[in-house]
Each structure stands twice: as C-alpha cells, then as structure tokens.
Design a protein around this ligand. Structure first.
Ligand code: ADP
Ligand code: MG
Length: 366
C-alpha cells in the first residue's frame, strides 16, 4: 500500500513537468485521473457490497440426547452456517456417546458397571463434568445429586408409568450418596464405592453439550446463534437486527404459553420443570426430578429457570435448586455471584432474583 502511494507521486509530478508542452491533454488528464480513481473506488465498494449478502437465520433440528436439539446460526454465508450447525450436532452426539446411561458402551455406563469393584479411567471431559457435579451437590445441599441413577431407573419416568413401592425405594437409598463417588485425579479414574450405585448425568450433560457445541460453532466462524438442547440454551452474539436475543420461559401449567421473556446475549439459560417428563396418577403428578432424600419427585416447585455464564452451571443449578425449593433456592441464587433465576413455586407464584429485576418481563402470570 505505502509503496504504491509513493510510486504514484513521481508519475504525477512528471505529468506536471509536461504541463506547458501539452496543455490540453494535461488538463483533460488532470480532470479524468481523479474521476477515474473515484469511479473505480465506487465500483469496488459497490461490488464489495453486492458480494456481502445480508445475514440470514439458519435453523436446524436433530434428535440427540433423547430430546430435540435446535441450532440457530446467523450468517451471510449459508454454507458456512450449515457446516457449523452440522459440526455442532456432531459434537453433541459425541458427548451423548460418552455420557449417556442409555448407551451400554458409553464411558459412564462402564463406570456404573464397575460400581463397588474398581475405578474406571475416563476422558478428561467426563471426569471434569463429574467433578463439577459434585461441587454443585455441595452448594445445593445435596439437592443436585448425580448418584440418583438407581432411583431414576426405578421410576423410569417417560417409560412405563409405574409407581415404585416404598420398600423398593428404601432398598436403594443407601446407594444414592454422591459422597461415595471417588475421583482419582492422577489416574483420571472414577470409582463408585458401593455396589448398586449409578451415576446419571441427565441433569447436567445437556447444558455442558450446549457449551461445547457453541465453542465449535464459533470456531467455524459463526458469531451469533443459539444452541437449544431442549430446555438448556446457550445464546451467543446478537439477533440479525443487532438486538439481544429474546428468550421465552415456558408457562409450567399452560401448554404452549409463555410465562416470561428475557433478553440475553452470551449467556446460558436452563429451565427444569415438572411438566417436561411426567405422568399423573390418581390426581398426583409424578415427574423426573427426584428429591435425593425421599427419592420421590421434588414437590416445592413447578419450574426453575437459571441464567449463568455457562450451560453446565445453568443446567445443574436449575435441577438442584428445583429440589431445594423456592426459599432456600432463591437464597442460594442471591449468594452465588454468577447466577440469576426465576422460580415458579408449587402454587404458581413467581420469584425473581434481584439481578433480574427489570430484565424479566412477565407476559402470562400463573
Ligand atoms: P431436563 O432433563 O428436562 O432438562 P433437568 O435438567 O432438570 O431437566 O434434568 C432432569 C434429569 O436429571 C432427570 O431426568 C434425571 O436424569 C436427572 N435427575 C433427576 N433428579 C436429579 C437430582 N436431584 N440431581 C441430579 N440429577 C437429577
Ligand atoms: Mg438440569
């Protein structure tokens, strides 16, 4: 660039030096040269403008992790957006194959099979997700507990609508302690100390998967979008009109209705609700979030929505705080610096954390 500018100057001067000899030609050149420069600049700018299409919204869905995953990508290059979305789905499938207890060959299934026998060396990612789970368990007073595996199997919500007998639940209570999950950092091994124990990552893996998919999609050049793994969303960048994304919180009791709206960019939002997977028997709702103490569905909330920086945190705390109930749960939200939330309690009353006041718009009160 600089050398080009320099080389032009002597040329102009040499034209200047020929002024008196060819006055007419010179004056025509003097007028035409800048005009042609400006014209070519305008043409260049116009052609640049033409090649850059306005950004469009590309949205695709796939069944993964036992639910519908929807990825939205904003880009002016459709092919790039398509490739990125495909890579996002692939990443979520990779994590499902590692963390699902429904897949016999998954690493977590191997860990569960070796319960009471020996530790199993696992991928660093799985090790870290379990480690984070244990931290969230501590912070939620055991409300979040990935050792609920045997109880989840017994209830089989979404499968047969069967009520486990109290003695069946009593029998498995001794193997529900998350403190019996041992982490061997050096060997990167997970060991479930008691026979019959089982880890279930259903309350945290979807949020984690949304984080990883976002990372991949961004790496492939997409700056704005949403990863929605059912009720676990990771939102990044802005909408095509450059405004923050508007996310709706489902009404827990009116199907298809929105309870509240919130504007987000570069945040995760997760909702745990008793309306996602449930059955009703003799007028009682039995759903998929279990109180690790009673091994019955947690009864204090209809839904808990958590907003956090990462999907893993939003997902795990939504589940754990659902179990804690509205009072203790809101206390915890206020105590944790990076977490905000909206809790709908068992009576349908909406509780909003102080950091969200004025940011959440209630559109359909319970
Ligand atoms: P969803 O699966 O609808 O996104 P959650 O994130 O709340 O909802 O996860 C619920 C799942 O978490 C259950 O299906 C089960 O696999 C697991 N789970 C249930 N109760 C607990 C609990 N107390 N702690 C941790 N995980 C749980
Ligand atoms: Mg969760």
């Amino acid at each position: 660039m600089t050398s080009g500018v320099r080389s032009q100057k002597p040329e102009v001067r040499s034209q200047e030096s020929g002024v008196r000899r060819k006055p007419i030609l010179y004056s025509v050149f003097c007028i035409l040269y800048p005009v042609s420069c400006i014209l070519s600049l305008i043409i260049l700018l116009l052609s640049l403008g033409c090649s850059k299409k306005p950004p469009s919204v590309l949205k695709r869905q796939q069944m993964l992790m036992g639910t519908i995953v929807e990825i939205t990508a904003i880009s002016s290059e459709e092919e790039r957006a398509n490739l990125a979305i495909t890579a996002g789905f692939k990443e979520i499938r990779r994590l499902e194959e590692m963390m699902s207890t429904y897949i016999d060959e998954s690493e977590i299934s191997k860990v569960n099979r070796e319960a009471g026998v020996e530790g199993v060396k696992v991928d660093q990612e799985l090790f870290d997700v379990v480690k984070t789970s244990l931290k969230v368990s501590e912070n939620t007073g055991g409300g979040f507990n990935i050792a609920v595996g045997p109880a989840i199997k017994l209830w089989d919500i979404g499968g047969e609508e069967h009520l486990p007998a109290e003695n069946e639940l009593e029998k498995i209570k001794p193997v529900i302690g998350y403190k019996e999950i041992s982490l061997d950092e050096d060997g990167r091994k997970l060991f479930l100390k008691k026979t019959g124990m089982g880890i279930d990552l259903g309350g945290i893996a979807k949020g984690y998967a949304a984080d990883r998919a976002e990372e991949i999609i961004k790496r492939l050049g997409i700056k704005d979008g949403i990863i929605a793994v059912a009720g676990d969303l990771k939102v990044f960048g802005k909408r095509p009109d450059k405004k923050p994304w508007k996310v709706g919180i489902k009404h827990p009791r009116k199907e298809g209705a929105i309870l509240a709206e919130i504007e987000l960019s570069d945040e995760a939002i997760s909702t745990s609700g008793d309306y996602e997977r449930y059955f009703i028997k003799d007028g009682v709702r039995y759903h998929h979030i279990l109180d690790p103490v009673t091994l019955q569905p947690a009864r204090e909330c209809q839904s808990v929505t958590i907003i956090a920086k990462s999907g893993i945190m939003a997902d795990a705390y939504a589940t754990g705080i659902f179990v804690m109930g509205p009072e203790k749960g809101m206390e915890l939200i206020e105590r944790l610096p990076d977490i905000e939330g909206v809790i709908v309690d068992k009576d349908g009353k909406v509780h909003i954390s102080s950091g969200l006041k004025g940011k959440v718009r209630i559109v359909g009160e319970s």
